[in-house]
Design a protein around this ligand. Structure first.
Ligand code: ATP
Ligand code: MG
Length: 461
């Protein structure tokens, strides 16, 4: 394929020349225009794969130019350049359809990186579309059940995005497999032999989050008797998985934004600027858009993260995968319980297929685990399947509020114990299952006599 052509719209002659030279050196063809009007004329006349435009232009503004370019070619990636201190305009541009922005002054290396990333994403989207159209192609990974069309679509996207350096934002309800898919993205990337580092922002007290992410130098704060690298450093040449990104406090969001924009940071208490080569994978089970509207999540950070969104469907939307998931978990837990099963009885499977799975695949896994412990025969029987039917389906409000013979306190205790058990004693995870803060959960656990032990690691996947 011929080298991609980039249209540069920039009124400052020196800057325009610099970009032409540098992008030319990086192997791109370039066209350039000193104003939006000339830019539009070139766009109509020539084949262009990507547009790079200044926002402040004489005559027609960069924003208007962006909108006009998008009307001509909706899928065209447009990167906007804007001065520091005018991030709001950059966000405006992102809303109007810009694919990314760079803040002036930028380094040419950063510009090349952003351009390359956008071209990769565009190719990826196109390939993914033709791929879905072609169908036929199936993806299979050990330990990932995904035979349903909904999950095949997820894997098709994973397969396309994994080899690129683009940031991936995984979305989906609790227990749908975000962790699992994050690992697949890493394994399918060219970084597979590098580290996969995970950090769960809700499992770490706010005050420690930054030192965990960025590391610290000796003496940075009381108790910092040695220096320590942060997760970003540890993930160099590999992938960093930021779980529960929606819960990152505002101050840390600013610092994350800087790493994403400039790929550099300092350790806490340090003066040396560190550069890292890290692929970021973020996950959230909260609606980040809602957080944007409430103002608890920065828009500029959101747009940086949301380069390639992958939404994992809830289990109720791909029930066809239940039989294979059951077999996978059956094999896993039969071994653990020292039993061997020949399979699952049809009535037992029906019971699983009828359920609405508010806790998604994790809940299914827990129920199969429990059934393995309970079952005596060679098969899992319907009686071994203990569903949480206590939790009413959404909109099913006619039933009595509490299970028979239980007080609200007893019922609450039970739910808390169950969440704690399901989370394998991991408090952050249990808190999330319950929609409580960790402190609120701690308080309730103490009340029912579960002592506050050091945090357990989340169960190994
Ligand atoms: N498609 C799948 N095939 C096999 N196992 C799966 C699949 N999806 C999820 N699981 C398993 O279900 C469990 C829960 O998945 P995971 O931890 O990835 O969910 P999650 O979306 O990260 O949940 P949370 O929002 O609570 O962090 C794990 O043990 C995982 O291996
Ligand atoms: Mg998870």
């Amino acid at each position: 394929m011929a080298n991609p052509t980039i249209l540069i719209v920039e009124d400052e002659a020196k800057m325009r020349r610099l970009l032409e030279l540098d992008l030319g050196e990086a192997g791109f063809e370039t066209l350039s225009a000193p104003d939006a009007e000339t830019g539009l004329a070139l766009l109509r006349k020539d084949q262009v794969q990507l547009v790079l435009t200044d926002l402040k232009l004489p005559g027609m503004s960069g924003l208007e130019f962006l909108q006009a370019a998008k009307r001509l070619y909706a899928a065209m990636p447009v990167i906007v350049m804007t001065a520091y201190g005018t991030v709001e305009t950059a966000v405006e541009a992102m809303k109007a359809g810009a694919s990314d922005y760079v803040l002036k002054p930028f380094s040419l290396a950063e510009m090349r990186l952003v351009v390359q990333k956008e071209l990769d994403v565009r190719r990826l989207r196109e390939e993914n579309r033709s791929l879905r159209e072609a169908l036929g192609q199936r993806y299979n990974y050990a330990n990932v059940v995904a035979n349903s069309p909904a999950m095949q679509e997820v894997l098709a996207l994973v397969e396309r995005v994994a080899p690129t350096p683009s940031t991936v934002l995984l979305g989906g309800e609790s227990g749908v497999g975000k962790d699992l898919i994050a690992r697949v993205v890493h394994q399918r990337s060219s970084r597979a032999s590098g580290p996969f580092i995970k950090i769960n922002t809700t499992a770490i007290p706010e005050t420690l989050l930054e030192s965990e992410l960025f590391g610290y130098e000796k003496g940075a704060f009381t108790g910092a008797t040695t220096s320590k690298p942060g997760k970003f450093e540890l993930a160099d040449k590999g992938s960093l998985f930021l779980d529960e990104i929606g819960d990152v406090p505002a101050v840390t969001q600013v610092k994350l934004l800087r790493v994403l924009q400039e790929r550099e940071f300092e350790r806490l208490g340090g003066t040396r600027t560190l550069k890292v080569d890290v692929r970021l994978i973020a996950a959230t089970n909260r609606d980040l858009r809602a957080a944007l509207e409430q103002g608890t999540f920065r828009e500029d950070l959101y747009y940086r993260l949301n380069v390639v969104p992958i939404d994992i469907p809830p289990l109720r939307a791909h029930k066809e995968d239940i039989p294979d998931l059951v077999n996978l978990f059956l094999a896993r837990y039969a071994k653990a319980s020292g039993k061997s099963f020949t399979g699952i009885a049809p009535e037992a499977l029906d019971k699983l297929l009828e359920f609405h799975w508010p806790g998604n695949v994790r809940e299914l896994e827990n129920i199969v685990e429990r059934a393995c412990a309970l079952a005596n025969g060679p098969m899992l029987e319907a009686i071994d399947i203990r569903l949480d039917s206590g939790r009413a389906k959404p909109h099913d409000s006619a039933a009595s509020l509490l299970p028979e013979g239980k007080t609200l306190d007893q019922w609450e205790d039970e739910i808390i114990r169950e969440a704690y058990r399901r989370a394998n004693g991991n408090k952050s995870q249990a808190a999330r299952l319950l929609g409580l803060s960790r402190n609120a959960l701690r308080y309730r656990l103490e009340k029912i006599g579960i002592p506050d032990e050091p945090e357990k690691e989340a169960p190994a996947k």
